[in-house]
Design a protein around this ligand. Structure first.
Ligand SMILES: Cc1cc2nc3c(=O)[nH]c(=O)nc-3n(C[C@H](O)[C@H](O)[C@H](O)COP(=O)(O)OP(=O)(O)OC[C@H]3O[C@@H](n4cnc5c(N)ncnc54)[C@H](O)[C@@H]3O)c2cc1C
Length: 350
């Protein structure tokens, strides 16, 4: 039988999966609600090697980053537009504790490839940015214009007849083994790439999601022509068109997916004003929900009882970096029967 996959959800996960299948010449249909605000559409799209208070190297960065970079560059060639912007990230340290942590980390071998030893000194214009404790400059990082990448991919797949607006609800008629049926069509498999909402939908509602609502601000400020991403408590991203974004917030207890909590936004504004010495104005904000699975980097694989139904989810706050690699792992599993690493296999979590 000819393989045809139903991809439910066209965010970063579903789109990466679609591209992988497309490049292997395999048949699929993406069905997506086409909502204006989703996690993937509001994301800042940042990709950074060294993150967090402990300044750790991101999970499998040495493997995931080259694959993601190649993936986005290939799509840029195919679609005739630039989506991924490689930019240094200046990490300014906030206090003595952060300085001590950096002193512990800066000599360790894992971070060396990601440090720019020739970074300008002082690292930033001290009359514009607070630079009380110094810092370092990261390389092999940048940001993806997620909204433009998704819109261009959607147009491309729509032109091929394999992208459709709609709502998929796979109910009891799909309980039995055999092909997955939806809207009068038959598919060899269906893959849930539905982001945080998988926690509310049938089939994978038992996965231990701990979703995180997040907000990113649109900002205007005179940053003295700074073209790098600056991070000190929050990041400030120059988009290259004169606009800036700042973020993010994390909220784990929420009702409304697209309405931010006032306290979280106030905290972000405080961090932004502590990073910037120059005046800034907040001109807008966007809020979405990151699909986060407790104690997991992500999960992929087949449903433990209904193997024709599969899952690619839990990209957390690293969707840009992780989606291409995870999508490939899942395709190799579904099409070539390659085993999934135990820690990544959704079936192992039932
Ligand atoms: C404020 C914020 C900032 C972020 N910043 C970054 C960042 O800097 N870098 C980074 O890498 N990541 C960032 N992220 C995280 C990133 O956005 C996620 O990792 C990623 O977008 C998740 O992609 P997804 O495809 O799994 O989910 P989603 O983007 O949520 O996509 C799921 C899609 O499925 C559709 N859908 C759901 N149910 C159905 C159904 N039943 N039928 C049809 N369609 C359905 C939805 O409409 C949606 O389009 C950020 C997220 C937020 C919220």
């Amino acid at each position: 039988m000819t393989q045809r996959l139903l991809i439910i959800g066209g965010g970063l996960a579903g789109t990466a999966l679609a591209w992988d299948l497309h490049e292997r010449g395999l048949s699929f249909l993406i069905v997506d609600r086409d909502e204006p605000l989703t996690s993937s559409k509001v994301a800042a799209g940042l990709v950074a090697p060294i993150t967090g208070l402990r300044l750790t190297l991101n999970w499998r960065y040495d493997t995931l980053y080259p694959e993601a970079l190649k993936f986005y560059r290939d799509k840029e060639l195919k679609l005739g537009a630039r989506f991924y912007h490689e930019l240094p990230i200046v990490q300014l340290l906030r206090d003595d504790q952060a300085v001590m942590q950096w002193q512990r980390r800066c000599g360790q071998p894992d971070v060396q490839p990601y440090l720019n030893a020739a970074a300008q000194q002082p690292l930033v214009n001290d009359s514009i940015f607070t630079n009380s404790h110094g810092g370092f400059e990261q390389q092999h990082c940048g940001w993806l214009n997620t909204a433009e990448f998704l819109a261009a991919s959607q147009r491309y797949f729509e032109s091929l007849g394999c992208w459709q607006r709609g709502e998929v609800s796979l109910n009891h008629s799909n309980q039995s083994s055999g092909p997955v049926l939806w809207n009068g069509q038959s598919f060899t498999s269906a893959v849930f790439c539905t982001g945080w909402e998988a926690a509310r939908q049938p089939w994978f509602d038992w996965v231990p999601f701990r979703n995180g609502r997040g907000t990113v601000l649109q900002v205007t400020a005179d940053t003295g022509g700074e073209s790098r991403i600056i991070n000190r408590g929050c990041w400030l991203l120059p988009r290259g068109d004169g606009t800036l974004r700042a973020g993010p917030t994390y909220e784990f207890d929420f009702d409304q997916p697209h309405t931010p909590g006032q306290e979280a936004v106030a905290e972000l504004e405080t961090k932004l004003r502590s990073l910037l010495k120059s005046p800034c104005r907040i001109t807008g904000s966007q809020t979405g929900v990151r699909p986060i699975i407790q104690h997991r980097q992500a999960l992929i694989g087949r449903h433990p009882v209904r193997p024709q139904i599969a899952f690619l989810n839990g990209l957390g706050s690293k969707g840009v970096l992780r989606a291409p690699w995870l999508a490939r792992q899942l395709v190799e599993h579904l099409m070539e029967d390659r085993a999934i690493e135990p820690g990544l296999d959704v079936a192992g979590n039932l």
